[in-house]
Ligand binder design. Structure first.
Ligand code: MN
Length: 380
């Protein structure tokens, strides 16, 4: 709420909201209660915060217990995250990567327009914004060499993504249809899916990324519920050529207009500089389609599972969501105002991603997700 944090456990223990879940150290119990409960609690909180409501407004003691300055609190991971899935759902990103590493004429692989491509990621290394990231060691194949070696990654990158938390899960064997997505999807956070491109290049065939992505994934602490994002729901992209199979067709739109920015701060500049401006609307496959595809096999979602969107790149080169694309595989380095150039991230560089939806006279802010690259740890 502005610069303040409202401690819902204080409202709950005072009987001011009808809930039983906010003294827990994570949101999982609340998330498991379903979309009626989510909307209901949101309405009760809005009522309490209304200027015409005296309960909080006129009670100094209660207010001093329930409100904290954001600068005085330390945020933790919002949920106990079980499984983490990373999709690859931005058409422009997939096209850019396919053009760089394969063939601009056939940038998208034959399956890409038929299904939301994804892989199962690693939840143990999902960290909260502000957590520093050591440059990872990994096996790479140096250029002009036939022998791989173990070394610190030289091509550290970020990926600008958004993440969706699963609220209610499904039973094993019972797929979720696109029309039921709103009963299961809880809300969105910002995601930086750190990526070591040299490790990725050597390891990813045939089963996809492994160590290049499992080193860490950073998320922003505040989950923005879909009720708050309703005014920013916009038309999904047209999917005509080809038309997806019926289980992936979707009547309700699941695309949202959310502005996203990536800032870079180096050791020698005082303030961070914007290096990319993108938008969550640049997604080809939406959340309902990702959920339907993920569960069509019978795979069960659990409360607290996280879906990441995949790198979100728009058409314009300054809307690309990774260093790999912004500097086009190192051929077009990013230039900062003090003359520094970057192809990939140096030790000491900090990446800060922010996001907001702009309403008429108000903003829904996502806060930010930040992380600094530290030198590699000693591995003996
Ligand atoms: Mn990713």
């Amino acid at each position: 709420i502005g610069n303040l944090v409202l401690d819902l456990s204080v409202l709950e223990s005072g009987g001011l909201i009808d809930s039983n879940c906010f003294s827990s150290s994570d949101l999982n119990l609340f998330m498991s209660q379903g979309n009626q409960a989510w909307s209901n609690i949101r309405k009760q909180i809005q009522k309490l915060l209304n200027i015409d409501n005296p309960i909080l407004r006129d009670n100094d003691l209660l207010r001093s217990k329930a409100f904290f300055k954001q600068s005085d609190v330390r945020m933790h991971l919002p949920a106990n995250i079980g499984d983490y899935t990373d999709f690859y759902s931005s058409r422009q990103h997939a096209t850019n990567v396919g053009s760089m590493f394969r063939d601009p004429e056939n940038a998208l692989l034959p399956n890409w327009l038929h299904l939301p491509v994804g892989y199962h990621g690693r939840s143990s290394s999902i960290v909260i914004s502000g957590t520093p990231i050591h440059r990872p060691h990994g096996q790479v194949l140096p250029v002009d060499s036939e022998q791989p070696c173990l070394q610190p990654s030289k091509l550290m990158d970020f990926e600008l993504e958004m993440g969706c938390f699963i609220g209610r899960g499904n039973e094993l064997g019972k797929p979720i249809q696109t029309k039921d997505a709103s009963k299961h999807l809880f809300g969105l956070v910002l995601v930086n899916d750190w990526s070591a491109r040299d490790i990725q290049k050597w390891e990813y065939v045939p089963l996809g990324p492994f160590g290049a992505k499992n080193l860490a994934t950073s998320i922003s602490p505040w989950i923005i519920p879909f009720d708050a994002l309703e005014p920013f729901r916009i038309s999904d992209p047209i999917q005509d050529h080809p038309k997806p199979l019926p289980y992936l067709q979707c009547k309700q739109n699941w695309t949202f207009d959310i502005n996203l920015e990536v800032h870079l701060k180096t050791k020698s500049i005082q303030f961070s500089e914007v290096i990319a401006q993108s938008n969550y609307k640049y997604m080809y496959w939406n959340l309902a389609q990702q959920l339907a595809h993920h569960t069509i096999t019978g795979c069960n979602m659990k409360t607290g599972d996280l879906f990441a969107s995949g790198t979100i790149s728009g058409d314009d080169p300054n809307s690309y969501g990774s260093m790999l694309e912004l500097a086009w595989k190192g051929t077009n380095p990013i230039k900062l105002s003090n003359g520094e150039k970057r192809k990939f991230l140096n030790d000491g560089d900090e990446i800060i991603m922010t996001g907001y939806a702009q309403g008429d006279g108000y903003r829904i802010g996502f806060g930010d997700v930040s992380g600094q690259i530290l030198s590699p740890v000693s591995i003996g």
